[in-house]
Design a protein around this ligand. Sequence first.
Ligand code: GLY
Length: 318
Amino acid sequence: MKPVVISTWKHGIDANKAAYDILSKGGNSLDAVENGVKVSEDDPTVLSVGYGGLPDADGRVTLDAAIMDWKARVGSVICVENIKNPISLARLILENTEHMVLAGDGAYDYALKNGFKPQNLMTENSLKRYNDWKVSNKKGPEEIHTDDFILKKTKKEINEDGNHDTIGMVAVDKNGHVSASCTTSGMAWKLHGRVGDSPMIGSGLYVDGEVGGAASTGRGEECIRAVGSFLIVEMMRMGLSPKEACRVAVQRVVKLNLLSSKNRDHIFQVGFIALNNKGEHGAYSVRSGFQYAVFENGKNTLYDSEFLIDEEYIIEDL
Ligand code: GLY
């Protein structure tokens, strides 16, 4: 029953509260998804988003964010530094420019010209983690991003190391209007300049006002390859439920990973959430451990997502 907001991971619970507060007072979904994910951007204990997000290999915190509404209006920022709320910068691009995406210094300059204040986004904790990583990293920062970075992780670490818990959010308001947002500091210790799925329309998030919206979390490279969020919205357009549509996208992610990866291990996590304009929602992930939060009918609930990899399936069938 509308309004509904869905978001990724446990920190989605607090983000949902802010979003639902707006929705329950009759506010629109665009305001809801902007102000919802700002809660995670402001929270220094969330190590993958905004203030306190873990830095890249050069010790620089670089943020990606995007927002999209039911009228196909888009704003996106890529690799922006020292701006605590990139989602609001993305919203400003959506509202005030003829463009959709601003990157790096250009995004930063545009922010300052429009009243954003520069801020050091490193915290004591993120600096300590970075220094620990530098000491423990025997191979140098570039190699850590290749196979070892992924292969040495256990299933538990894949979900809990703070590297892949981007917040994505989709909301439908009382008028049935859907919007989505996505914001992240990206993969920890990434090469400087690396950009994930979150600011890429169609990958990190997508909305079609006639259908609904979707957003992703996890290893952005895999989601980009599958253009996962767009795929989910198109599957919902064809009549699939949000959960079924997310499952199709997860299958595509795994299939393309198998096709492209020399390791063929697919030890990574990608999770999708989706919400249609009737208020029906669902999620699916590659591996176990993905959680998502749903606020509907006045109740905010954290769910365990269904997942693909530990299911019995034949790879050739994917
Ligand atoms: N999903 C966020 C990223 O990979 O950067």
